[in-house]
Design a protein around this ligand. Structure first.
Ligand SMILES: [Zn+2]
Length: 410
């Protein structure tokens, strides 16, 4: 089973791209190595006979999924040739939809980003408008790369809400009119023969960070996105853990304060409503209006509103109230993470999303809350760090999801 662990049933002819389990394992290993691999290494790692590996590698080369590119270093004897995934195998379309952004990238089948475009957007414009823009961007990127729709081997897409895995649709996403049960996969069916894999945006960020970021090689990891919304992605035993329906890790609506502000989901005092970007902005506005911070009040007077980024700027100028607002949000997020640490016992927590960038004190408060509120044994060796891939975590993960999906036999 591959890391994305999507159980797709393929109606498209030519899929999956591999014929059997050994071919799938060969492709997964070559992808993981992100470079060139020798047949001898494959024989050793997969535990199948040399002739079986040679035979299946031959078929993969014939299919254009592998290519020989150079010779391995050898300690005497015949040097063996190295295998890698060629650019000519085709491309993967990787899409990351946030509440306020569209990211589209083209990657190789080895999940190496070839080109990437990011645009501001409002997810509330609805699926027809947003997916229309996605398809336009995708067509532009393909043209720039001298590729055609037929060259797209797989499409991966992350969306900012709970995704029912079996159907690949969003289910009752807060504040996303028109997206509930919208058939996202079908939106690409006219132009692309490639299968479409849909998942939650934070799940794909977790996959991306685990694939090529600070979480590479880490078997038990928690990824937390703090932006307009707040969500979590869980890597357990080296794989994305989705739970029964696909919404494991959806921590944004955990109750933090039963008497707190109204959340987009209708409940009171959810984590997201207490510590997401809009909550940080509102809290700062309140303090500015109460005359607690002249720096925040000046920005508010000039712009008519505050954003989380403004609060970060005010804090970097040394404004005490702005710093307190950021610390408060970090502390609230950290307390929820402390609970998750007790449940999951991860060896790494990665914090990403726009709010993670508003200042060091945010991460410092998260660390402080987690270290104080979790069992000493669970935090003895628990780094809490910022996302390394940051802006590209989502598209990287979308590529991983899709590429592993089409290289998997049922
Ligand atoms: Zn909520």
């Amino acid at each position: 089973m591959t890391k994305g662990e999507t159980k797709a049933t393929f109606s498209n002819p030519g899929y999956p791209l591999v014929e059997n389990r050994v071919q799938a394992e060969i492709m997964v290993f070559v992808r993981d190595e992100v470079g060139s691999v020798s047949r001898a290494k494959l024989t050793e790692v997969l535990g199948v006979s040399r002739s079986k590996v040679s035979n299946e590698v031959g078929r993969l080369i014939e299919a254009g999924l592998l290519v020989e590119d150079g010779l391995a270093e050898s300690e005497g004897g015949r040097r063996s040739s190295l295998l890698s995934i060629p650019r000519g195998a085709g491309v993967v379309a990787a899409i990351d939809l946030g509440a306020t952004s569209i990211d589209v990238a083209l990657t190789t089948l080895g999940s190496e980003i070839l080109s990437h475009r990011s645009e501001p957007a409002d997810i509330r414009d609805g699926p027809r408008s947003i997916l229309g823009r996605v398809k336009l961007l995708l067509a532009q990127l393909l043209e720039e790369q001298d590729s055609k729709a037929q060259d797209v081997l797989a499409i991966g897409i992350g969306v900012p809400g709970p995704v029912e895995q079996a159907a690949g649709v969003l289910r009752v996403p807060p504040l996303m009119p028109g997206w509930d049960r919208f058939p996202i996969r079908d939106a690409f069916a006219g132009e692309y023969a490639a299968p479409v894999f849909v998942d939650n945006d934070v799940n794909i960020m977790a996959l991306g960070e685990h694939w090529g970021g600070v979480g590479k090689g880490v078997d038990n990891m928690l990824f937390v996105k703090v932006g307009t919304g707040i969500g979590g992605g869980i890597i357990a035993d080296g794989r994305l853990y989705r739970g029964t329906q696909g919404c494991a890790g959806d921590i944004g609506h955990i109750s933090v304060d039963p008497e707190g502000p109204v959340c987009t989901c209708g409940n009171l005092g959810c984590l997201e409503a207490m510590a997401g970007a809009p909550a940080i902005a509102l809290e700062a506005e309140r303090r500015a209006r109460e005359g607690k911070s002249s720096v925040l009040a000046d920005i508010l007077a000039e712009k008519g509103e505050l954003t989380a980024v403004d609060v970060g700027k005010a804090a970097s100028l040394g404004d005490y109230e702005a710093l307190n607002v950021i610390r408060r949000a970090g502390w609230i997020v950290g307390r929820v993470l402390a609970t998750l640490v007790s449940v999951l016992n991860p060896s790494l927590i990665v914090v990403g999303g726009g709010v993670s960038q508003i200042g060091h004190s945010f991460l410092a408060e998260i660390r402080s809350a987690v270290y104080r509120r979790s069992l000493p044994l669970a935090t003895r060796n628990l780094p809490i760090v910022l996302s390394e891939l940051d802006q590209t975590a989502g598209v990287t993960g979308a590529s991983v999801l899709a590429a592993e999906g089409v290289l998997q036999v049922q």
